[in-house]
Design a protein around this ligand. Structure first.
Ligand SMILES: Cc1cc2nc3c(=O)[nH]c(=O)nc-3n(C[C@H](O)[C@H](O)[C@H](O)COP(=O)(O)OP(=O)(O)OC[C@H]3O[C@@H](n4cnc5c(N)ncnc54)[C@H](O)[C@@H]3O)c2cc1C
Length: 314
């Protein structure tokens, strides 16, 4: 197997999802190159070169890729990917936009939601919000796979000697799309959702945006956690869309997932199955997430969270 792993990165930091994708192929005797594409990628490339299991880091570094827009990157990534048997993407927002474009340019069908690699052409993918697992044979000459990174154990870092870093020549200016503005939706001082070790998420049961600010955010800050939300809470205007966890949003894999006022719909659970421990706080003991939780606390959020914050000294 000759694998190209397309690395996620943001603000000069390599995403921890990269180590998880490497973990997905650790059982194979494979040659794995990591592709880092963007602008000013030195730190990201060095971090990737320090991960175990990497044969080579290939770097596409040019001002024209500064926005990281998939429309501008896809052509070059597809050209590079054509020389590989497998191209691995995570299920991050950027990867989810890039992978289908790259697959289309290679004239192959991408396979997404992959949770296990059983061999070079046999994969397990999750469907129906994680309720169904399908084992699938893929006959495409280049397998373009979107992996649910949360399903895999990360490869360790650092390694003894860094992998070689190879700069690549940039492709033509695509000019297909251009970023006009970017707004980072406030998680001031909180870690990023996709890589957080602790995630505190709220659902409709929290009742208001005000309760998110008064109860959920202080708990997240106290635990050094990222803040997340359900689709229902976001639709109600309680939390920003960027906090969405689930099949349509972030897939998280924290050590601890604290869910407040969340029922545990399958579409939400699809994003939290990688969590090591789940603590659920819900007024209804029979909510599905309560059955799944390692610690289920029956109580009203309004009463339980202030007490919890008090105990934690927040
Ligand atoms: C195609 C599709 C994709 C979807 N993708 C996603 C997705 O990616 N992510 C996602 O989250 N959802 C997704 N959904 C929506 C999903 O089906 C659920 O509707 C949603 O997750 C429910 O959110 P919730 O748990 O906040 O609300 P509810 O299901 O209404 O649950 C609220 C919970 O709060 C509890 N509660 C009420 N009052 C209190 C209180 N005072 N204190 C404590 N607890 C209280 C209730 O007992 C209940 O369990 C998707 C749906 C579809 C159809």
């Amino acid at each position: 197997m000759k694998i190209l792993l397309v690395a996620d990165h943001d603000e000069g930091m390599l995403s921890p999802l990269c180590a998880r994708l490497l973990g997905a192929v650790r059982a194979f005797d494979a040659h794995v190159d990591v592709l880092v594409a963007g602008f000013g990628c030195e730190r990201v490339a060095a971090a990737a070169a320090g991960l175990a299991g990497v044969a080579r880091v290939r770097v596409l570094d040019d001002a024209r890729y500064a926005d990281g827009l998939p429309e501008n990157l896809a052509m070059m990534v597809a050209q590079i990917a054509a020389a590989y048997s497998h191209v691995l993407f995570s299920s991050s927002c950027v990867a989810r936009r890039l992978a289908p474009r790259v697959a289309a340019m290679l004239d192959v069908a991408p396979m997404t939601g992959v949770v296990a690699l059983l061999g070079a052409d046999r994969f397990v993918r999750a469907s129906h919000a994680g309720r169904v697992l399908e084992t699938v044979h893929c006959a495409e000459p280049v397998k373009v796979l979107g992996l649910q990174a949360a399903s895999f154990t990360p490869m360790p870092a650092p390694r003894q000697a860094p992998a070689p870093i190879e700069p690549l020549a940039s492709g033509p200016e695509m000019g297909v799309s251009r970023r006009l503005a970017q707004q980072r939706v406030a998680q001031a001082g909180l870690p990023a959702l996709a890589s957080a070790r602790v995630v505190v998420a709220g659902g409709l049961g929290l009742g208001s945006a005000e309760a998110f600010g008064r109860l959920l955010l202080p708990l997240a800050a106290r635990l050094g956690a990222a803040a997340g939300a359900t689709q229902a809470a976001i639709a109600a205007g309680f939390a920003p869309a960027a906090w969405l966890i689930g099949q349509a949003g972030h897939v998280v894999a924290p050590e601890l997932y604290v869910a407040v006022g969340i029922s545990g719909a399958p579409e939400h659970l699809a994003g939290v199955r990688g969590a090591r421990r789940i603590v659920a706080i819900n007024a209804d003991a029979s909510a599905p997430l309560m059955a799944l939780a390692d610690l289920a606390c029956v109580g009203e959020a309004e009463q339980t969270l202030p007490r919890l914050l008090e105990v934690l000294g927040a």
